[in-house]
Design a protein around this ligand. Structure first.
Ligand SMILES: Cc1cc2nc3c(=O)[nH]c(=O)nc-3n(C[C@H](O)[C@H](O)[C@H](O)COP(=O)(O)OP(=O)(O)OC[C@H]3O[C@@H](n4cnc5c(N)ncnc54)[C@H](O)[C@@H]3O)c2cc1C
Length: 349
């Protein structure tokens, strides 16, 4: 990447134009008075963690959060060292409180409706029409889960119906469990769940789509398969008691696990020109940079291993990369010299 520097060493008026030799992009970064260094979209573990590290790096940060964290249906967050079993809402509350001491970090509640690259960096437009601009942009907007089309599943989701055995399997260890799924993914998910309970029934809600080998494997492992279509889930408040089938039969189960379909929560990634992989996540390198210069992504929006501690770590990783990118630009501008910063594309990670 080549960078040409225009203007003197005075920070407020200097402008750097980046030309990536392997891409058609040209980015102009201007040092304008009061320019926000980083806008973060999303105030979950990834976004808040990035805000913390950037705040501590004396960056001006504006974080927008729509207030719909992915794990909102859950009452206990597991697997986060020192926070095991904590209410996820309490975790976010404490995290936001700890950011208050960093005066250059501002959190605003509200949804970012659109985002685009612009001459100075990026511009976001809120749902209420207000706009904000920054030199760099971090998407930490999470991911959206699609629940199976089963009557009453929302009532139990996050309490006794789960998608992640690493998050909630231990609480249901050795108990009677149902697995919802079919075909290879249903088979693999059932085999995975055997770590937590040997009392498993795979409910395929129609034809199992298992081949002979898959069926034999499950039979050998003691996993019963029920193909009868499901009518609904039943239970008392949020405690599942079992699965009611369309033929009237009832299977008593204490919890049900399924593997959700996922999609982006909004159109921001595509508006900005990000590439999505076949799991609907933003393609980015290990340094959290996307292929759009100055645009970074962290947490569930971009990664497959979807745990709070990992999302927080990815936010930290993104903050390092963003701070490094800003340092490179600022150092070149202040020295009045061209620079050769590292490209921030996935291929280079
Ligand atoms: C039911 C359930 C239980 C779970 N249990 C566990 C567990 O026990 N342990 C564990 O480690 N993980 C658990 N997870 C996974 C965990 O929730 C995620 O890994 C984690 O929340 C990802 O953090 P994130 O910051 O990437 O996204 P999120 O936490 O989803 O945060 C994204 C934020 O961005 C905001 N946002 C989205 N779009 C916009 C926009 N356009 N403008 C402004 N803001 C926006 C959202 O409102 C949200 O507040 C669970 C998930 C679910 C669904």
């Amino acid at each position: 990447m080549n960078a040409s520097v225009y203007g003197g060493a005075e920070r407020l008026t200097t402008c750097v134009i980046f030309q990536f030799p392997t891409s058609p992009w040209t980015v102009t970064v201007r040092f304008l008075p009061n320019m926000i260094d980083v806008i973060i979209v999303g105030g979950g573990p990834a976004g808040l963690s990035a805000a913390l590290v950037l705040g501590r790096s004396r960056r001006r940060v504006l974080l927008f959060d729509a207030g719909h964290p992915r794990n909102a249906p859950s009452k206990a967050m597991h697997g986060f060292l020192s926070r095991d079993g904590m209410d996820p809402a309490e975790f976010l509350k404490v995290s936001r409180e700890q950011l208050r001491r960093y005066a250059d970090v501002e959190i605003r509640l509200g949804e970012v409706a659109t985002a685009r690259s612009c001459e100075d960096g990026f511009e976001v437009v809120m749902a209420d029409g207000t706009t904000a601009r920054s030199r760099m942009l971090l998407l930490a907007t999470g991911i959206s889960d699609t629940l199976p089309d089963i009557e009453a599943i929302e009532r139990f989701y996050g309490r006794t119906v789960h998608h992640c055995p690493y998050c909630d399997g231990w609480e249901h260890r050795d108990r009677p469990l149902a697995v919802y799924g079919r075909g290879t993914s249903g088979l693999e998910f059932a085999v995975e769940l055997l770590v937590w309970s040997r009392d498993l029934v795979l409910c395929t809600d129609g034809p199992s789509e298992l081949d002979d080998i898959g069926s034999k494997k499950l039979a050998c492992l003691g996993v019963r398969v029920i193909e009868t279509p499901i009518a609904r889930l039943e239970g008392d408040e949020d405690q599942l008691s079992g699965v009611r089938f369309k033929d009237g039969n009832f299977l008593a189960r204490e919890a049900l696990f399924f593997s959700p379909q996922q999609k982006q929560c909004n159109a921001l990634a595509t508006q900005l020109g990000c590439e999505l992989n076949n799991e609907e996540a933003i393609e980015c390198g290990e340094n959290a940079a996307t292929c759009i210069p100055g645009l970074f992504a962290a947490g569930n929006v971009s990664r497959g291993l979807q745990l709070v501690i990992i999302a927080a770590a990815e936010g930290t990783q993104a903050a390092f990369a963003i701070n490094q990118a800003l340092l490179e630009v600022d150092a070149a501008a202040e020295a009045g010299m061209p620079i050769e910063p590292q490209p921030h594309c996935p291929e280079s990670a």
